[in-house]
Design a protein around this ligand. Structure first.
Ligand code: ZN
Ligand code: ZN
Length: 276
């Protein structure tokens, strides 16, 4: 099984219902491959472990968070958001695990973990999945490319919209490099974790790249009018204020890191300006 879904009652129903629909039960699970250590992909390990103890394969960079879920604060860059967000005291008590619970998708740790790495080949049933390390959204996020059929499980990296990204999860630079890696596989079909199957994998990957670069364009446009503060750029990038703290801060910081590295912006304290 690749990913088990959310912790929480709906997650249990999906997991149980999905297995039942193909004539299986939780007790039949012998191997679980986790695409990354996020609650909507592995929170339901809690229900699995109540019944059975499969081997759990996850990229070595996400093993830590899969065993100790408090470590997600780092890869979600919550301390960074608390530092950047103004007014400063508004989110000082923000608790990531509580945030997951509010969405009915609680995070739970797993056990029996074995680390996998880029280039490993997982022989599962009739399939041979090549492990592709594709950071950006999580440091140890993997995609799986089935060599015989050309099926690409892009997991969270490609969907209808881009996944969120933070510097510690690989950042924008990591995300763009991961998209190049996926596109180079010339997959016959792309299956995302969220959303419908995509027949034209190259076009689907290209659309995500365009959306990421469109955000870069919005930031450059805002800066053309003069130096801006972090919070100003956050408002320019996202009209929906409810996502400004998370994932907004991490996404914006990822863009600013790339723009500074590309020699397009300069940062002085909280002020960001264009290099002409
Ligand atoms: Zn995710
Ligand atoms: Zn996801």
């Amino acid at each position: 099984m690749i990913d088990v879904g959310c912790g929480g009652p709906a997650g249990y129903d999906h997991l149980h219902g999905g297995l039942t629909s193909i004539g299986l039960a939780l007790r039949d699970l012998h191997t679980v491959v986790l695409s990354h250590a996020h609650p909507d992909h592995m929170g339901a390990m809690k229900y699995v472990l109540e019944v059975v103890h499969p081997r759990v394969l996850i990229h070595s960079l996400d093993v830590g968070a899969a065993l100790d879920i408090s470590r997600l604060h780092e890869s979600f860059d919550i301390p960074l958001a608390k530092e950047r967000f103004v007014p400063f005291d508004r989110f000082q008590d923000f608790d990531l695990m509580e945030f997951f619970n509010i969405f009915g998708c609680s995070m739970n740790p797993t056990e029996n973990v074995a680390a996998i790495n880029d280039g490993d080949v997982l022989r599962l049933g009739d399939f041979e999945f090549e492990v592709l390390l594709t950071p950006g959204h999580a440091p140890g996020h993997i995609s799986l490319f089935e060599r015989k059929t050309g099926i690409l499980l892009a997991n969270d990296l490609v969907g209808v919209s881009p996944a969120w990204y933070t510097p510690s999860s690989g950042g924008l630079t990591g995300y763009l490099e991961s998209l190049n890696k996926l596109q180079s596989k010339k997959a016959s079909v792309l299956i995302p974790s969220h959303g419908p199957v995509m027949e034209n994998s190259e076009a689907s990957i290209g659309r995500i790249r365009e959306k990421l670069l469109k955000r870069e364009g919005i930031l450059l446009e805002a800066l053309r009018a003069g130096p801006r503060k972090f919070m100003d750029l956050l408002a320019a990038l996202f009209h929906d204020a409810s996502i400004h703290f998370f994932p907004g801060c991490g996404i914006l910081e990822s863009h600013l890191i790339k723009l500074a590295k590309d020699g397009k912006i300069a940062r002085s304290g909280d002020l960001i300006s264009l290099i002409r």
